[in-house]
Write a protein that binds this ligand. Structure first.
Ligand SMILES: N[C@@H](CCC(=O)N[C@@H](CS)C(=O)NCC(=O)O)C(=O)O
Length: 224
């Protein structure tokens, strides 16, 4: 047993931590706690992540939150020089793409998926959905160009940079990606990896079991 505990139902950004744990072949425990007062915002879990958000991990007593800090930490700990880049420059590129994903596309993809797929049809806001598509269009073209030149973001091999960006935009696989065919092919390739499929199975099961009331709460709590 690696002593790693991943907190957060797989529907949340905990998916990212679950995917890296599967890539690394770690023996971990998944605690699928929910958002809100009965879960991440309860006193017990606020002690681990005072933001009251998911995911966070406890790795043999070392507690860490922020989903992409978690993936970078676990990749560096268990796969330095492979999934985690070995050179200073490649490491910086992995950070570049990770921060890029959070800053440029995380919120837009989330808003799109709520208002195109996840909220009950009658409650979806077409204006929010269309605005989200406009917000991600330019960064998606940047990503499309990057993966048009080479198979993965840092070269020929899949790394944590690909995992982070693909995990952040994983719900975009349901968008019409006809305008960004390289992005579509790369995202499909990333999400088709055995480790991604395992994490996606958990996420899809959690999505399917999520009551509309919770989806409404997600949209409201995060102003999406
Ligand atoms: N930047 C954080 C965002 C975490 C976050 O917003 N998590 C959502 C679930 S995906 C959450 O816990 N929302 C419930 C809340 O804010 O109460 C990360 O990447 O870990």
């Amino acid at each position: 047993m690696s002593g790693l505990r991943i907190y957060g139902i797989a529907r949340t950004r905990a998916f990212r931590a679950l995917w890296i744990a599967e890539e690394l072949g770690l023996d971990y425990e998944h605690l699928p706690i929910e958002i809100g007062d009965a879960g991440a915002r309860s006193p017990q879990f606020l002690a681990a992540n005072p933001n009251g958000r998911l995911p966070f991990i406890d790795d043999d007593g070392f507690v860490l939150y922020e989903s992409l800090a978690i993936t970078l930490y676990l990749a560096k700990k268990h796969s330095a020089g492979k999934l985690y880049p070995g050179s200073l420059e490649a490491e910086a590129k992995a950070w570049q793409w990770s921060f890029w994903a959070i800053a440029e596309v995380d919120r837009g993809v989330n808003i799109w998926s709520l208002h195109a797929v996840r909220l009950p049809a009658a409650e979806r806001d077409a204006a929010k959905r269309d605005e989200a598509l406009k917000v991600v269009a330019a960064p998606f073209r940047v990503l499309d160009a990057a993966v048009g030149k080479q198979r993965y973001l840092l070269g020929d091999e899949f790394t944590v940079a690909d995992l982070n960006v693909a995990a952040v935009i994983s719900r975009a696989i349901d968008m019409d990606l006809g305008a960004v065919p390289n992005l579509k092919a790369w995202l499909t390739r990333c999400l088709d990896r055995p480790a991604a499929r395992k994490a996606l199975a958990l996420k899809n099961a959690a999505d399917a079991a999520t009551p509309a009331e919770v989806t409404r709460r997600i949209a409201k709590l995060n102003r999406l």
